[in-house]
Design a protein around this ligand. Structure first.
Ligand SMILES: Cc1cc2nc3c(=O)[nH]c(=O)nc-3n(C[C@H](O)[C@H](O)[C@H](O)COP(=O)(O)OP(=O)(O)OC[C@H]3O[C@@H](n4cnc5c(N)ncnc54)[C@H](O)[C@@H]3O)c2cc1C
Ligand code: FES
Length: 270
C-alpha cells in the first residue's frame, strides 16, 4: 500500500515532548478509520511509524494523531510545521469494539499517552450516550503537568452523564485530586462490574494490573479490551515483526480482549 499525501493543518503542543497534529488529505483520501485503529505515518527521508488515531474528522477526511517524540521518526513528526506534508497508510487493525458494550456500563481506563487512542472511543460513546449504561473514565498520569487533553477532561468532568476521575503518581501540595496509580481508582468506579465492558490503554504493565484488577472484580475477561504496541513494519500481516504468539498485532489487534492476551503479554518484544 503506497502512502497517501496529507498536509499538516494544525498542531497543538500537548506536553514538552508530545504533539497533536491535525492532517488533511491533499489528493485522494484513505478510508475513514474507526476508534482504536492506527495508521503508518511517514516522515519523508526519515522513516515510518505506527501511530494511533486520536481524533476522527467525521467524514471530512481530516484526522488527528498524538505523537510522543522518543526517536528519529517520532521526533521528525513532532517537529512538522503547519503546511508540511507527510505520508499516511491505513487505517490498520481492529479498533475498540464498542458494540460489545451496548447495553453495558462502559469503563475507559487510560494511562499517560494511552488517552490518545481512547479519545475517539470516548467521543463516540458521548455521541451515542444512550447505548450505554454508566460511562466512566479513569485517567492516570505521572504528575499534573503530564495530563493531556486537559480542556476536554475539564468539559467531560462538568457533564452529569459521565464520571471522570484523574489520579497522578506524584503531585505538588496545590493538587486537590487523587494521588496514586490508576488501579487505585478501580474499586471506586461506579459501574456494575459483572455488566461492564472496559477499554484500557497505557503502558503494558499498567494494562496487566488494570485487566487483572477488573477480572478479580468480576468483569468477564472477554469484555476487557486492551490496545497492544509492538514493533511494526508492513502493518498488513506479512513481515512478522509484530507477531505475538499466534497473533499479528497489526491485523488481529492492536485491540485484543484480555482472555487472548493474558499469557501472550508475558512474551518479550523482539
Ligand atoms: C499500534 C501502535 C500504536 C501506537 N500509537 C502511538 C501513538 O498514538 N502515539 C505515539 O507517540 N506512539 C505510538 N506508538 C509508538 C510509536 O510507534 C513508537 O514510539 C515509534 O515507533 C518510535 O519510533 P522512533 O523512530 O521515533 O523511535 P526509535 O528510534 O524506534 O526508538 C527510540 C527509543 O524509544 C523507545 N521507544 C519506542 N517506542 C516507544 C514508546 N511508545 N514509548 C517510549 N519509548 C519508546 C525505543 O525502545 C528506543 O529506545 C504506537 C505503536 C503501535 C504499535
Ligand atoms: S507489522 Fe508486519 S506482520 Fe505485523
Amino acid at each position: 500500500m503506497t502512502p497517501v499525501l496529507y498536509r499538516v493543518e494544525a498542531r497543538h503542543q500537548e506536553l514538552a515532548d508530545t504533539v497533536t497534529i491535525r492532517i488533511a488529505p491533499i489528493a485522494g483520501q484513505l478510508a475513514d478509520p474507526k476508534p482504536g485503529q492506527f495508521e503508518m505515518l511517514l516522515a519523508f527521508g526519515v522513516g515510518e511509524v505506527p501511530i494511533s488515531i486520536s481524533g476522527l474528522g467525521n467524514g471530512s477526511g481530516e484526522l488527528e494523531h498524538t505523537i510522543r517524540s522518543v526517536g528519529a521518526v517520532t521526533k521528525a513528526l513532532c517537529t512538522t510545521a503547519v503546511g508540511d506534508v507527510i505520508g499516511v497508510r491505513g487505517p490498520f487493525g481492529v479498533g475498540w469494539d464498542l458494540d460489545r458494550a451496548t447495553g453495558h456500563d462502559l469503563l475507559i481506563v487510560a494511562g499517560g499517552l494511552g488517552l490518545a487512542p481512547l479519545r475517539p472511543a470516548m467521543l463516540e460513546a458521548l455521541t451515542n450516550r444512550h447505548r450505554f449504561g454508566r460511562l466512566v473514565l479513569l485517567v492516570g498520569a505521572r504528575d499534573p503537568g503530564s495530563l493531556m487533553f486537559v480542556r476536554e477532561l475539564e468539559q467531560w468532568r462538568g457533564r452529569f452523564d459521565i464520571d471522570v476521575a484523574v489520579t497522578v503518581d506524584a503531585a505538588p501540595p496545590s493538587w486537590r485530586g487523587d494521588v496514586g496509580v490508576v488501579t487505585k481508582l478501580l474499586s471506586r468506579a461506579p459501574v456494575d462490574f459483572g455488566n461492564t465492558t472496559a477499554v484500557v490503554c497505557g503502558p503494558e504493565v499498567m494494562m496487566r494490573f488494570v485487566a487483572a484488577g477488573l477480572a478479580d472484580r468480576g468483569v468477564p475477561p472477554g469484555q476487557i479490551l486492551l490496545s497492544m504496541e509492538r514493533n511494526m513494519r508492513c502493518a498488513i500481516g506479512h513481515c512478522g515483526h509484530c507477531q505475538l504468539g499466534p497473533e499479528f498485532v497489526c491485523k488481529d489487534g492492536p485491540v485484543f480482549p484480555w482472555d487472548r492476551m493474558e499469557k501472550l503479554m508475558l512474551v518479550r518484544e523482539r
